[in-house]
Write a protein that binds this ligand. Sequence first.
Ligand code: RP5
Length: 163
Amino acid sequence: MAKSEIIQAAVIMGSKSDWETMRPASETLRKFGVAHECRVLSAHRTPEALVEFLADAENRGCAVFIAGAGGAAHLAGVIASKTLKPVFGVPIESKLQGLDSLLSTVQMPAGIPVGALAIGPAGATNAALLAVAVLALQQPELAEKLRAYRAERAQNVLDSTLD
Ligand code: RP5
């Protein structure tokens, strides 16, 4: 069922089994205060519902989509075919260690781009950070939060001590 809240981003995954991998995307968006919705929608199992959600999400302000899928991972590509908004794809670990997912996500023919991230949770986190960077182009407060996030991580490296 379509919800009615305004959102800035959407995190879509092909199966509930993808959620543990994709959760860091949602957690990262939450950390930056980005209103978003997480949905399980499959390019091959629920294509009509997927297309319906994309239109509804855009109507509610969604400016960037994150898609996680495994195996023959065409979800991000199908989403990209239906929207002009940026789409970031996260390959989910699979029976082939995610290599199939990675290639399916990254090897888009020229014309319909998907920004492909690393396999697994690191890719999910970075997809969210890229989504924040896109939104930060129009929202200076988000750019400031990104600067602080990086500064904190840099400080953590500088503060490292070894046994
Ligand atoms: C893909 O198939 C999903 O994205 C998931 O990574 C994979 C396996 O799905 P389940 O069999 O766990 O539902 O569509």
